[in-house]
Design a protein around this ligand. Structure first.
Ligand code: FES
Ligand code: FES
Length: 187
């Protein structure tokens, strides 16, 4: 039965009226009119609907909206501000370093998968400053790209990692020392 729920998305609290079992993706797209997360398979198989929940990638197509009450959702639209907050930057950049690296590597073809690719890569680099190619492949494994952009996506993630290290001097040990938010993945 539909009821009022308050959810925090991109640092803003929204009151919505929805059945608690409504997929978060539907609320993001239809109620909040966000265009970052996309509907692909609807079965947690492709990654096009990915968002961050307390800093961890989740598939919003299979996450009931009630599961995010009291937590923090970040979509592609809020990713630069999320990054700035994480890294305590003095201002919010126009793009997350992964977004800029994707442009620099000209990795995008049709672009449908790139919401999830970027969200997942940002989550990876928030916890692992120097991911190996094997680590990147493992983490990105659940993101399907019908255009076959995988090699350039990997190059872009490596480029973003280098840029983040150079610009803010991050190392993996620094990240381990950070107080990370509670990990709770809802699928
Ligand atoms: S639409 Fe959610 S994983 Fe495919
Ligand atoms: S760029 Fe077309 S699906 Fe990935």
């Amino acid at each position: 039965m539909a009821g009022e729920l308050k959810i925090r998305v991109n640092e803003q609290v929204h009151s919505i009226t929805a059945d608690p079992n409504t997929p978060l993706l539907y609320v993001l797209m239809n109620d909040l009119e966000l265009q970052g997360p996309r509907f692909g398979c609807g079965l947690a198989q492709c990654g096009s609907c990915s968002v961050l929940l307390n800093g961890n990638e989740i598939r919003s197509c299979v996450t009931p909206v009630s599961a995010v009450v009291g937590k923090s959702v970040t979509t592609l639209e809020g990713l630069p501000a999320w990054y700035a907050k994480q890294e305590k930057l003095p201002s919010v950049p126009a793009l997350h370093p992964v977004q800029q690296a994707i442009i620099d590597e000209q990795a995008v073809q049709c672009g449908y998968c790139f919401n999830g690719m970027i969200i997942q890569a940002a989550a990876l680099l928030s916890k692992t400053a120097d991911p190996s190619e094997a680590q990147i492949r493992a983490v990105m494994n659940g993101h399907l790209c019908r255009c076959g952009s995988y090699p350039r996506v990997i190059q872009a993630i490596e480029r973003a990692a280098r840029r983040m290290k150079a610009s803010i001097g991050r190392t993996t040990s620094d990240l381990r020392a950070q107080e990370m938010p509670a990990v709770e993945v809802v699928r």
